[in-house]
Design a protein around this ligand. Structure first.
Ligand code: DQA
Length: 147
């Protein structure tokens, strides 16, 4: 059984730790990635991690993922609320996708309370800071194991 998981971080998440720390916390993206890689190694799962500030690049990642990954974890960041292109790419890929947010998007501005991604996702985890990613990785591993 192959266990290959792709993690995609969307726009501005490269700034984690310095960007609005009262909302997104002080932990850097690098630290979150290291934490995920450590869990993946323990669980014997292959993890590829990508960050992009560009919608088309994220669409391309889904396009290439079909035969390469069993599950995709994505924090679409601001594209959560705007991107029909990423939503369509998720559907086209056919790869089960887990949506992640550090903040609880439902307790924030009205425009953040709509996710175009959630209806085409396997599930959504929102509001637990870096732990949201850990929970998503656990869910991804569970999806693979229960196949
Ligand atoms: C976010 C929430 C989005 O509304 C926002 O645009 C982000 C980060 C989160 O992880 O809480 O950039 O996806």
């Amino acid at each position: 059984m192959s266990k290959r998981i792709l993690v995609i971080h969307g726009p501005n998440l490269n700034l984690l730790g310095e960007r609005e720390p009262d909302i997104y916390g002080k932990v850097s993206l690098d630290k979150i990635n290291k934490m995920l890689l450590k869990i993946a190694a323990k669980e014997k799962v292959q993890l590829k991690i990508a960050q992009s500030n560009h919608e088309g690049e994220i669409v391309d990642l889904f396009g290439k993922a079909k035969t390469k990954f069993e599950v995709i974890i994505i924090n679409p960041a601001a594209y959560t609320h705007t991107s029909v292109a990423i939503r369509d790419a998720i559907v086209a890929s056919g790869v089960p996708t887990i949506e992640v947010h550090l903040s609880n998007i439902y307790s924030r501005e009205t425009f953040r309370q709509t996710s175009l991604i959630a209806p085409v996702s396997k599930g959504q985890i929102s509001g637990f800071g870096p732990l949201s990613y850990v929970l998503a990785l656990e869910a991804a591993i569970d999806i693979i194991k229960s196949r």
